[in-house]
Design a protein around this ligand. Structure first.
Ligand code: HEM
Length: 471
């Protein structure tokens, strides 16, 4: 029980006066800085509006967090989340400006906890000329020509191989992750799925969990486990890289990302960090999109029926057992509408953090040098001004949209996702084989949430049944 003595104890008086000083300091710095910076509320000291944000994003409908602030302060406002005062942009034009000016006015900004997980040589942390060089090298291994000439065959084969084993109840999210991890290993290192890759994937899952720990001054157990798993992952990758160097000296040539990194004279530490970040970047994003596309389609039978017709036309023409080719991928217009609509509505990467490198004037405000900025892709995609009935899954809208300037699921500017085409192709091939080979029903009710990441709470359990396929 709290007594009056305790309330008036010297310690509590000291705490009381300290917090009063902090509140005054916080308020005065807020109002001083607020002079030119975008309006907003920074909540209570240290915590800011983090708790409101988390509780909104843990629900199926997080939009009120943004809607209420946009209504009160406008599309660019100030808040205070995850320990820092942050300028939040819910405006398409501002987002494009921020992303385009990477390296000039803004730079990407990740907390130290994430930097430790991806490694100092990761593409996510690189800057300047080195970033440009490595970004374009990564692009050159995931562009349409490479996909068409090399990767599509593997994507098609690995998707089929995985689907062959499906029966009864499956957790769609886990299955989709397995497929994309195998695809990425093949693309980066020419490694086929076997026990080694499955063990590596399990370590990876621990690393990924570390990304979603809220950065705190003390490290929670999940984060410590992630760091240990990262060490094991890098050891395993170092071994592969060393073996491949020896093979290369013996004249064995392979056509994969690792060979391109050798050609660019990268050292082993740089290569391993880059591989880690590429595996991370593709691991959660594409499979979550695959899972959510299936969920949206299940909930929208008319879209599923139209998609089925598109894919059955392809199998009627060439038979279900023949591998998909580039022309088949290019003859899936409604599939692209479904992919766009899933990306728009679910926003796997809900936005990107940047830091202002100098005072930056945006609209009528100045974003002070050093400020954290969050360009929310989600807010723009779900803005009713930008898309009619923006919060509803309606893939047909993409048959009419001619200027998708406000659609940026893969970001923009120099850091635009180098895996965007690869993700689209993997998604389309996956949907093709799923739809032509299986029917399914949800095994139980599952809910979409957006914190700590976009995902369904139960990893989307479904019951699949094989269909009779046209040979
Ligand atoms: C649906 C799937 C995907 C989505 C929605 C997505 C989204 C994004 C976004 C929004 C960014 C920009 C981050 C920023 O500006 O700070 C990004 C960057 C990146 N993505 Fe993706 N991505 C997807 C799949 C992939 C795949 C399959 C790969 C593998 C090649 C990949 C590799 C990367 C890398 C390496 C970066 C960092 C680029 C840089 O900082 O220069 N992504 N992604």
């Amino acid at each position: 029980m709290i007594t009056i003595d305790l309330l008036l104890s010297p310690l509590s008086l000291l705490l009381l006066s300290l917090s009063t000083i902090l509140i005054i300091l916080h308020t005065t710095t807020s109002s001083r800085r607020n002079h030119h910076s975008p309006p907003g509320a920074t909540g209570i000291p240290f915590i800011g509006e983090t708790l409101q944000l988390i509780s909104a994003y843990k629900t199926e409908n997080p939009e009120p967090f943004i809607d209420t602030r946009v209504e009160k302060y406008g599309v660019v406002f100030t808040t205070h989340v995850f320990g820092e005062r942050t300028v939040f942009s819910a405006d398409g034009e501002t987002n494009r400006f921020i992303l385009k000016n990477e390296g000039r006015l803004f730079e990407s900004s990740y907390p130290g906890s994430i930097a430790n997980l991806v490694g100092k040589n990761s593409l996510l942390l690189m800057r300047g000329g080195l970033h440009r060089r490595m970004h374009s090298l990564t692009m050159s291994f995931a562009n349409s020509t490479i996909i068409k000439d090399h990767l599509l065959v593997d994507i098609d084969r690995l998707v089929r191989l995985n689907l062959d084993a499906w029966t009864g109840r499956i957790l769609l999210m886990d299955e989709a992750k397995k497929i994309t991890f195998e695809l990425t290993l093949k693309q980066l290192l020419s490694i086929e799925p076997f026990e080694w890759s499955e063990n590596l994937r399990k370590e990876y899952m621990l690393v990924i969990e570390g990304f979603f720990c809220i950065p705190l001054p003390f490290f929670p157990l999940t984060y410590r486990r992630a760091i240990q798993a990262r060490k094991r992952v890098t050891e395993a990758l170092h071994l592969v890289v060393r073996e491949r160097r020896v093979e290369r000296e013996r004249g064995v040539k392979k056509n994969d990302m690792l060979a391109a990194l050798f050609d660019n004279d990268c050292d082993d530490d740089e290569i391993v960090d880059l591989l880690v970040s590429l595996l991370v970047a593709g691991y959660d994003t594409t499979p979550t999109t695959m899972t959510l596309a299936v969920k949206y389609l299940t909930d929208t039978p008319s879209a599923l029926a139209q998609l089925k017709e598109e894919h059955e036309q392809i199998t009627r023409k060439k038979g279900a057992l023949v591998a998909l080719e580039w022309d088949d991928y290019k003859s899936m217009p409604f599939t692209q509408c479904v992919v766009n609509e899933t990306l728009r509505l679910s926003n796997i990467i809900s936005g990107v953090f940047r830091r202002a490198m100098t005072d930056v004037k945006i609209k009528d405000f100045t974003i002070p040098k050093g400020s954290k900025v969050f360009a929310s892709l989600r807010a723009v995609h779900l803005d009713l001004e930008n898309f009619e009935d923006a919060r509803v899954f309606y893939p047909w809208r993409w048959q009419k949209i001619s200027d998708p300037a406000n659609f940026m699921p893969f970001g923009g500017g120099p850091r635009r996702c180098p895996g965007h085409e690869l993700a689209r192709v993997a998604l389309s091939v996956f949907l093709h084989h799923l739809i032509t080979r299986f029917s399914w029903i949800p095994a139980e009710e599952d809910k979409l949430v957006f914190f700590p990441t976009t995902r369904t709470q139960k990893r989307y359990p479904i019951i699949v049944q094989k269909r009779n396929v046209v040979e």
